[in-house]
Design a binder for this molecule. Structure first.
Ligand SMILES: *[C@@H]1O[C@H](CO)[C@@H](O)[C@H](O)[C@H]1NC(C)=O
Ligand SMILES: *[C@@H]1O[C@H](CO)[C@@H](O)[C@H](O)[C@H]1NC(C)=O
Length: 194
């Protein structure tokens, strides 16, 4: 466990120093390449890159902006899923309806937590010393909590037999979790950067 953590720390440190080194001539001011390097620290690097590459001008070469963008995209995905679940509820009954209702609630919590993450990251570049560590730590806590709430949505279907609604929600939650996991990794990366 400890060695795993240490390995993760080393990996983050290496990825971050790559990003920082590249800030000078490395990427030649190419923020698309900067995003690609940052995404190397995530579990789903291809999803990370393809979802963010179109926003490279908003990111410049700031690790904070990359984390912020990933959080914004995660929040948007949670919102999309919540709207879909609401629609599915109209035609549902019994245990499926109950699972969807629970899912609506936990997705609301997850959205709230993603918003709090974004709030902690906002203007972080201008923050100093202990405030930075504190806010990054809060952001990590909120994003981890969002991931847990997304899991809870899927868990709510444990007692429901196989059906199209269960399959669809399962697939879509998985996708949202990939976005959330990536955003969390990019927030974690800010720890190594200080
Ligand atoms: C940045 O790098 C990509 C290749 O990864 C290239 O297609 C793009 O033209 C580059 N942009 C600039 C501004 O150099
Ligand atoms: C994230 O969203 C907030 C609120 O909409 C916005 O102010 C900020 O510029 C966005 N940041 C990035 C990097 O997309």
């Amino acid at each position: 466990m400890a060695s795993k953590k240490f390995a993760f720390f080393l990996l983050s440190a290496v990825v971050f120093s790559t990003a920082v080194a590249a800030k000078r001539p490395g990427f030649g001011g190419n923020s698309t390449e900067f995003i690609r390097a940052c995404c190397g620290a995530t579990r789903y690097p291809r999803l990370c890159f393809t979802s963010m590459a179109g926003y490279s001008s908003a990111v410049q070469e700031s690790p904070v902006q990359v984390a912020q963008l990933a959080t914004n995209l995660t929040l948007a995905r949670i919102g999309d899923l919540a709207r879909r679940v609401k629609l599915l509820r109209r035609g549902a009954s019994g245990r499926v309806a109950a699972a969807l209702a629970d899912c609506t609630e936990v997705l609301g919590d997850a959205a709230d937590q993603a918003r709090r993450t974004a709030a902690e990251l906002k203007g972080l570049e201008a923050a100093k010393g202990p405030e930075v560590a504190w806010r990054v730590s809060n952001a990590q806590t909120w994003m981890s909590a969002a991931l847990t709430n997304e899991d809870t949505c899927t868990d709510g279907f444990d007692g429901v037999g196989s059906c199209p609604v269960k399959a669809e929600v399962g697939r879509q939650v998985l996708r949202v979790k990939q976005f959330t996991s990536n955003a969390l990794a990019l927030v974690n990366n800010l720890v190594a950067s200080r």
